[in-house]
Design a protein around this ligand. Structure first.
Ligand code: GAL
Length: 302
C-alpha cells in the first residue's frame, strides 16, 4: 500500500475510512473512519455524510469491508446524523465492564458552527451502532477530537474547544458513554487539532496538527508525564522531504501493534474528498523522549 494514496480493500474497492482509528479486539484489527465515497457537493469542499465505515484485518494490510457501522440519516433534519450535517473523526473504544463498543465522533452543523460530539454503542465491533445522543461536552464547543483510554481504564475525550484555540481533556463515565463533568484545559491558546495519543515508559505523547482546515501544516508532538498534567509542545516529529507539512497529511490516530506505535495520517483532497489518501508511519521514540516519524513509501502491515 503506497503511503499518501487511497488504498484498496481486499475486494479491490477504495477504502473509505478517513479521519479514522484502528483498534484491536480478540486478534482482529478494526479500522473505522468517515465514508466519503461520493462526489463533493458541487462547488464545496464537503461530501454529504454517508456514515462511519468499518474494515477488519488480521495483518493491518488486507482489509475487508464490514459495511457501515453507523449510517447517516437521510430523512430527519433534526437528527445529529442527518446527511447534510457533519460527522467526522470517529473513534471507537471497547468498554470492558459492559463488553460493548462505544463510538464517539465530531458531530457538527454543515457550517461547523455547532461544534459537538455524537456517541453511539454496539455489542459487536462491526455494528450497527445505535446513536445515544449528540451534545456539546461539558457545555463547551468541540471540534477535532479523539478518545484515549488511560492505563487505569479511565477514558477521556480530547477535543479542541474555544474555536480550536485550546484543548480539553474531558473524563468519561465508567460506561464511556458520556463525559462525567471533570475536565482540564491544556495547550491553552496553542491552536492545535487532530490530536492522537499514546503512552510509553512513563511518558504520555500527543501528536497534533495546526488549524488550517483541509490544508496540511506542520505536526507537533507534545508530552507530559501525567495525562492530566501540564502538556508542553516540543517539536515537529517528522523528518525528510515535506516534513513541514506532515508529508502533506494530518494526524488521525496512533495505534500500537507488535510493540511499535504507528501514526495514521489523512492526505486530504478537499476538491475531491473521496480520493483522499492514507499513510501509516512508524513512530520512533528516542532515548531523550523525542519522537521521530520518518517517511516510508509503503505500508506493508505486520
Ligand atoms: C480540519 C479537520 C478535519 C475537517 C476539516 C474541515 O481542520 O481536521 O477533520 O474538519 O478541518 O475543514
Amino acid at each position: 500500500m503506497k503511503n499518501g494514496t487511497i488504498w484498496k480493500d481486499i475486494d479491490g474497492n477504495d477504502i473509505q475510512a478517513h479521519g479514522g482509528c484502528i483498534i484491536e479486539h480478540e486478534g482482529t484489527y478494526y479500522w473505522y473512519g468517515e465514508h466519503k465515497g461520493a462526489d463533493n457537493c458541487p462547488g464545496t469542499t464537503r461530501v454529504d455524510v454517508i456514515g462511519v465505515s468499518c474494515y477488519s484485518s488480521k495483518n493491518l494490510h488486507d482489509w475487508k469491508y464490514e459495511g457501515l457501522a453507523l449510517e447517516s440519516d437521510k430523512n430527519d433534519p433534526e437528527s445529529p446524523l442527518y446527511y447534510k450535517k457533519v460527522l467526522e473523526r470517529p473513534k471507537v473504544i471497547y468498554n470492558e465492564k459492559n463488553k460493548n463498543f462505544v463510538l464517539w465522533a465530531h458531530a457538527d452543523s454543515a457550517d461547523y458552527v455547532y461544534g459537538g460530539i455524537a456517541v453511539a454503542v454496539s455489542d459487536t465491533p462491526v455494528g450497527p451502532f445505535k446513536l445515544l445522543f449528540a451534545k456539546q461536552p461539558n457545555k463547551q464547543d468541540s471540534r477535532d477530537m479523539t478518545i484515549y483510554k488511560d492505563r487505569d481504564g479511565v477514558a477521556y475525550l480530547a477535543h479542541s474547544k474555544d474555536w480550536n484555540k485550546t484543548m480539553n481533556l474531558s473524563r468519561l463515565n465508567d460506561d464511556y458513554t458520556d463525559v462525567d463533568g471533570f475536565y482540564v484545559s491544556i495547550l491553552i491558546d496553542q491552536e492545535r487539532e487532530a490530536p492522537a495519543f499514546f503512552w510509553h515508559e512513563g511518558m504520555y505523547y500527543m501528536i497534533s496538527s495546526g488549524c488550517t482546515g483541509w490544508d496540511p501544516n506542520q505536526a507537533l508532538f507534545a508530552r507530559c508525564e501525567h495525562f492530566l498534567g501540564k502538556w508542553k509542545l516540543i517539536d515537529n516529529p517528522c523528518r525528510g522531504e515535506k516534513m513541514e507539512t506532515t508529508f502533506d497529511g494530518q494526524s488521525a490516530y496512533i495505534f500500537e501493534a507488535n510493540d511499535n506505535f504507528y501514526l495514521m495520517l489523512d492526505h486530504w483532497h478537499p476538491n475531491d474528498l473521496k480520493t483522499s489518501g492514507y499513510s501509516i508511519l512508524k513512530i520512533d521514540i528516542l532515548p531523550d523522549n523525542n519522537l521521530r516519524v520518518n517517511w516510508v513509501d509503503e505500508w506493508k502491515g505486520i
